[in-house]
Design a protein around this ligand. Structure first.
Ligand code: TYD
Ligand code: MG
Length: 464
């Protein structure tokens, strides 16, 4: 009889080691090792000496049925998933506590129940049925096919789903459920792995799609080993700032659709409302003639979104002036200020620079560089940037500008929201001029060679 082996697994990254370590050599987390018992599978001992060979298939032999999808009824969620909910899929949805995961999934459960005429089972391991019911009532959800259960035992949940007629099952959250077969606390690596595996088997054998809610750690990973993300078909994140009403739903992994699509919602008194025209919303509170504000067009998946970048530059009392960025990469801001100082001779060494993306959004595209650099100069010189103009372009280390992709789409969106001019790199302007004219719409194109010429053309110092 072989002894059951034990192994230690890092809670943060899934690194395995035969002994417990104080610090994980893989991700440098301290005290993150959990002991797990390796179950020696009985199959291993009864296996014949030579296992039978399997038969691989030719492409022509494989049936090409498209994924069978259940309609969701919430466009912003469907956009991120790439359509309806795929039968037999396992989806993990992460986000900070209080961001609105339970709210969103209760709404999804309700609309799916309404649209598909099938039962949807919402299982909570964190809240009582009374609490969930109160929230659902407040959000005016009342589909008769929406069923609630408060339960923390994975095996009971799995059996309940198997014996129900549920079209979709939701488990809120994977950290709160456990199975008796594993001797560890709920939320520990071995519990998470085993429970997720059981929900995976449930989804694959019954065809019932399962959604798992997962909590997110400080540094943004879904708590528990990466294993969890590898096991599921789709990983969604719900993001948002605590004091801001907007929420973004993104997919970071999707076996049945695109990643990098984003769904936009607004948290209201009655749950999350879809925002189908985010540009208009994010620009609604813009002060048009304020210095230090420049609008750019960022692509979020296939959708262009107009975003206002604000800068504030003020004389610093510190030997090491401050550089602070909200919604913008901090190291990118350092780079922009360095390029500004060296290539345009604009002195920033004794100035604090604050950069902010209005509306609580995050800009990750380098195409926003030009707008950010112009916002900084606009604030420093106290010269407002033209209110009906957008800026697009990536900044190189020598002050040169590089173009952005999907220009036509971006310009069309800008035109739709009333912008009349766009400053962008010369090469892109030439490329646009060569293309068909109506693609750009009513927006006038201003091509600039590099950053210094953009500043000279648009933000000349007062009195010149
Ligand atoms: P919740 O969905 O419970 O967050 P999570 O499951 O991600 O932890 O959302 C909690 C927050 O949402 C809470 O702070 C209150 C707010 N909220 C609203 O503003 N309006 C609503 O209709 C609901 C249901 C919640
Ligand atoms: Mg919750």
């Amino acid at each position: 009889m072989p002894r059951a082996r034990t192994e230690f697994v890092c809670r943060e990254c899934g690194y395995r080691n035969p002994r417990s370590l104080g610090r994980c050599p893989e991700c440098d987390a301290w005290g993150s090792f959990d002991e797990i018992a390796q179950r020696l599978s009985p199959v291993a001992t009864t296996r014949p000496a030579t296992p039978p060979a399997a038969r691989p298939l030719r492409l022509s032999e494989i049936e090409s049925a498209d994924f069978d999808r259940i309609p969701i009824g919430i466009d912003e969620v469907a956009r991120v998933l790439g359509g309806g909910i795929v039968k037999g899929s396992l989806t993990l949805i992460g986000g900070d506590p209080g961001v609105g995961k339970s709210t969103l999934l209760t709404q999804v459960a309700n609309t799916v129940a309404e649209q598909s005429q099938r039962e949807v089972l919402y299982v909570s391991g964190e809240e009582s049925v009374g609490q969930i019911g109160m929230r659902a009532r407040r959000m005016c959800l009342n589909s008769p096919n929406l069923l609630f259960l408060s339960e923390t035992d994975t095996d009971t949940i799995v059996e309940t789903v198997r014996h129900s007629r549920a079209g979709v099952a939701i488990v809120d959250s994977i950290q709160s459920v456990m199975t008796q077969d594993v001797e560890a606390l709920p939320g520990s690596v071995s519990q998470l792995r085993e429970c997720a595996l059981r929900f995976l088997q449930l989804a694959k054998t019954t065809g019932t799609p399962v959604f798992l809610v997962g909590h997110v750690t400080k540094d943004g990973a879904i708590a528990g080993p990466k294993v969890l993300e590898h096991m599921v078909d789709t990983v969604l994140y719900l993001e948002g700032e605590r004091f801001n009403q907007y929420r973004l739903l993104r997919s970071t992994k999707n076996r049945f659709g695109p990643t990098h699509e984003v769904g936009v919602f607004e948290m209201r008194g009655q749950g999350l409302a879809e925002v189908s025209n985010p540009s208009a919303v994010f620009l609604a509170e813009r002060a048009r003639s304020a210095a230090g504000s420049v609008v750019t067009v960022a692509m979020e998946g296939t959708r262009p979104i107009l975003q206002e970048i604000q800068a504030l530059v003020s004389r610093s009392p510190l030997a090491m002036p401050r550089r602070s960025a909200t919604g913008f990469d901090a190291s990118r801001l350092h780079l922009l200020t360095a390029v500004l100082s060296r290539r345009t001779g604009i002195p920033l060494h004794d100035q604090d620079v604050y950069l902010n993306v209005a509306g609580g959004l995050r800009v990750e595209e380098p195409a926003a560089d030009l707008a950010a650099a112009l916002a900084i100069v606009s604030s420093l010189r106290d010269r407002p940037f033209p209110g009906e103009m957008v800026a697009l372009g990536e900044l190189g280390l020598s002050g040169e500008l590089r173009g952005a992709g999907q220009l036509e789409q971006r310009l069309r969106e800008a035109g739709k929201l009333g912008f009349r001019r766009c400053v962008l790199p010369e090469a892109s302007a030439r490329q646009l001029a060569a293309g068909p004219a109506p693609a750009v719409g009513p927006v006038e194109i201003i091509g600039v060679r590099d950053l210094p010429s953009a500043i000279e053309a648009l933000l000349r110092p007062r009195g010149r």
